[in-house]
Design a binder for this molecule. Structure first.
Ligand code: AMP
Length: 551
């Protein structure tokens, strides 16, 4: 028997209409680097999204076609987030930190017809234009020298000014009743090996994910909140925030291109956001900044930190500043919300701590299992370590457009019964808290035993003179692999390798302690600010690191 309920599709146009009317007074504030930021209400954003949709339709963007954005986090980017999917096209956010050849590959693979670009990013895009044959229109928004486009020849895309394109168009749009399973947005994974892989989100998956983000057990945001969205809009849709916040009327503070620690600290002190979201690297940088030049960060009731493991020492440092970091795990393939580390109710601060430093609990929409080495599924006993597999309505079931044009499911990424193989290794406690020990490819396999690079890094970063530490596996004649510890020390630090090693020995089993050590200036980072361990492995292999052995 079927239900008697209405079957209304879950569409982004509903989020847009709801946010711009019921929550019309909520605001998107974009940092400009000048005395006053730009402020735009949700009502204005809704009207401008309708104008943008009319403009894109006139430029020939059809149902199901990809329209790209190469933009910072700002109000115009939110308009694109709402307009493009609502009109039936596919929002394709482009990662502005990718190498040129990957950007070219991605734009061509998605066949973007239009790209909206911030003026300040034109120097990055202009040299790529001759390699982007599908691109017919370039829409330029915000400050930045346009003269880099002077050399486009007749075969290049037509160039439009964003504001001129919107001006005078109707501020309402008859949004189509789409199939909720239709493509709404796409992101490519950074592709450490092989070509980047496209993940395509549906209206339904984004709608359900937005509801989960807003639940009290996740970020729990309401129209009383302002969230500082530091995580880039090109990194898994800024973790779903622009859609989730529009749904719940949460005001957004957007840093645009001012992502350095000093302007971030200034914007927090001045605009007083109640929440923020970013990867650990950002919070490390901000901590150093406010240690040197104190600012008041206490408006932030809570901060979502994820995308890479949060060192417990960082969480402690922010506790002391009156800011609570809440650890979250996710992937491009999981929209990204997979877990959040809210402790169970009724615990003292001391009892909460072991829960807070886990990656967190799964919401109802994310089913999880741990696959052991032989393929058997492991118990949730807090001890049995295996590869995490997940499934749910906002988890990818395939990648976009393989060799023959069809979506594809590589066996190392999807199980035969359709679960996503995350490539993350960890344990799950009986009450459902996930603790990751490593990426499968980063685990150090020493004499048949596994050493967690993440555990070593967390222990090292708890040392008061250590800024950052990354541990990688390096080949070893006797043990197969052993850990190499690369460490960034604070200026003026006095700790030597022996001191660091004995500091580690207080927490780590002796056989896991690294013998190989190298001081580095900073840990290499990926395009979204995570530790890039493949670079360290290569530097070691090429003899570029000055390694000291301590047996
Ligand atoms: P991406 O799709 O580029 O965002 O990368 C996803 C990967 O980032 C995951 O598979 C994890 O390896 C890593 N990751 C994300 N969040 C966390 C976290 N809280 N702790 C440890 N690793 C994380």
């Amino acid at each position: 028997m079927l239900s008697t309920m209405q079957d209304v599709p879950l569409l982004i146009s509903r989020i847009l209409t709801h946010g711009s009317t019921i929550h019309g007074k909520s605001q998107v504030t974009t940092w400009t680097g000048e005395a006053e930021p730009q402020r735009r209400s949700f009502a204005e954003i809704g009207a401008r999204a309708a104008q943008l949709a009319h403009a894109l339709r006139e430029l020939g963007v059809e149902d199901g076609q990809a329209a790209g954005t190469l933009m910072w986090n700002n109000a115009e980017h939110v308009e694109a987030y709402l307009a493009i999917p609502s009109m039936g096209a596919v929002l394709h956010t482009l990662n502005l930190r990718l190498p040129a050849e990957q950007l070219i590959w991605i734009v061509n693979h998605a066949a973007d017809r239009v790209v909206i670009v911030n003026g300040s990013l034109l120097p990055l895009l202009a040299p790529l234009l001759p390699h982007l044959p599908t691109l017919e229109h370039l829409v330029v928004s915000g400050p930045g020298d346009r003269s880099v486009l002077d050399d486009i020849d007749g075969a290049g895309p037509q160039v439009h000014e964003y504001e001129e394109l919107l001006a005078g168009r109707p501020t309402a749009y008859d949004w189509p009743q789409l199939d909720e399973r239709q493509a709404a947005a796409m992101c490519y994974t950074s592709g450490t090996t092989g070509d980047p892989k496209g993940v395509v989100y549906s209206h339904r998956s984004i709608y359900l994910h937005s509801m989960q983000v807003n639940m009290a057990e996740s970020m729990g945001l309401t129209d009383q909140d302002t969230t500082l969205v530091v995580v880039p809009q090109f990194h898994v849709n800024a973790w779903g925030l622009p859609h989730a916040t529009f749904m719940a009327g949460v005001s957004m503070l957007m840093p645009d291109r001012f992502l350095q620690p000093a302007p971030l600290a200034d914007m927090i002190e001045r605009e007083k956001p109640t929440h923020a979201a970013a990867v650990p690297t950002i919070w490390q940088g901000l901590l150093a900044e406010v240690t040197a030049r104190p600012r008041d960060l206490t408006s932030m009731r809570r901060v979502t930190i994820g995308g890479a493991a949060c060192p417990p020492s960082l969480m402690e440092a922010y506790d002391k500043l009156g800011v609570r970091l809440c650890h979250a795990w996710g992937m491009t393939e999981t929209s990204p919300l997979g877990t959040m580390s809210n402790p169970p109710a009724g615990l003292s601060a001391e009892e909460e701590w072991p829960y807070r430093i886990t990656q967190g609990r799964f919401p109802a929409g994310v089913e999880a299992r741990l696959a052991g080495p032989g393929g058997a599924f492991l118990p949730w006993d807090g001890e049995s370590a295996g590869e995490l597999e997940v499934r749910g309505p906002w988890i990818a079931g395939a990648y976009f457009g393989g060799a023959g044009g069809d979506d594809f499911r590589p066996a190392d990424k999807f199980s035969p019964d359709g679960w996503l193989r995350t490539g993350d290794v960890g344990v799950i406690s009986p009450d459902g808290y996930l603790t990751l020990t490593d990426r499968a490819k980063d685990v150090i396999k020493s004499g048949g035993e596994w050493i967690s690079s993440q555990e070593l890094e967390n222990a090292l970063m708890a040392h008061p003179e250590v800024v950052e530490a990354a541990v990688v596996a390096v080949p070893d004649d006797k043990w197969g692999e052993r850990p190499l510890a690369t460490v960034v020390l604070k200026p003026g630090a006095t700790a030597d390798y022996a001191a660091l090693k004995s500091f580690l020995a207080e927490k780590i089993a002796k056989w896991q302690l690294p013998e190989r050590w190298a001081l580095i200036e900073s840990v290499p980072k990926t395009s979204v600010g995570k530790f890039d361990k493949k670079v360290i492995r290569r530097q070691y292999a090429d003899g570029e690191l000055e390694v000291t052995e301590l047996r």
